[in-house]
Design a binder for this molecule. Structure first.
Ligand code: G3P
Ligand code: MG
Length: 232
């Protein structure tokens, strides 16, 4: 199974920071998953719409100025990284899954990926853009059809993975709490990969392997790596 370091190695280091991402890479993550928000014309790597939980700032991210965001502490003295900083860190070492969390991210992220692919080493397949907001994914597909997209689901749609296929997605990203073998089978029958979030316990990691999913998002990349065949 492919290992996505969820917000880096969130179980070991402050989420969505460069140290967390560095640690996930050291622990064997194949991909890094991050969350993207827009503020003051820049794309920031942050999960919440507000600053309060993960930084020493307060209020809505979208109300903050770049000069403020640059100086906030996102944990253990690390800053909130920009998307460009994370791309620099991950390039050539792992794939990068950018989850669109905030309005305005689709256009910025699509342009940023296209720019990387055209000016640096990465390939389109080094990126996946995902979101619970499928309209934003559609916008990414329209802006740059080469960018692979993953359709995030919180539950199980009545038409299973049909909407992901219609979107031209390469994968469905499914929540562990609503995991249904029918959804997994349907996605596979449509040629879509199945990635499950957020899988942290050894029992659940082993169960995902038995269910035949293609990858897991985990806060503990080291645990998933240790359970890989050949790593015992
Ligand atoms: O992308 C998988 C997972 O990160 C989606 O949920 O809330 O952790 O961003 P969340
Ligand atoms: Mg996420």
């Amino acid at each position: 199974m492919i290992i996505f370091g969820h917000r880096g190695a969130r179980g070991h280091a402050p989420e969505n920071t460069l140290p967390s991402i560095e640690l996930a890479l050291e622990q064997g993550a194949d991909w890094i998953e991050i969350d993207a928000q827009m503020a003051d014309g820049e794309c920031w790597v942050l999960h919440d719409a507000t600053l309060d939980r993960t930084t020493n700032g307060t209020g809505a991210v979208t109300d903050a100025k770049q000069s403020t965001l640059e100086q906030l502490d996102a944990g253990n003295g690390a800053n909130i990284p920009t998307l460009a900083q994370v791309m620099d860190c991950v390039a050539g070492r792992a794939g990068l899954n950018i989850e669109l969390k905030g309005a305005g991210t689709a256009g910025f992220v699509a342009a940023a990926i296209a720019n990387r692919v055209q000016t640096a080493d990465p390939d389109w397949s080094d990126f996946i853009v995902s979101s619970f907001h499928h309209g934003w994914l559609q916008a990414v597909r329209t802006l740059e059809p080469n960018i692979p997209v993953g359709a995030l689901y919180l539950g199980v749609p009545v038409d299973l993975a049909a909407s992901a296929e219609a979107l031209g997605a390469v994968a469905v990203h499914l929540g562990l709490d609503f995991l249904d073998p029918a959804m997994i089978d349907d996605a596979h029958a449509r040629g879509l990969a199945v990635y499950v979030y957020t899988v942290n316990s050894e029992d659940d990691l082993l169960r995902m392997a038995q269910l035949g999913v293609d990858g897991v998002f985990t806060d503990f990349p080291d645990r998933a790596f240790a359970l890989r065949p050949g790593n015992d």
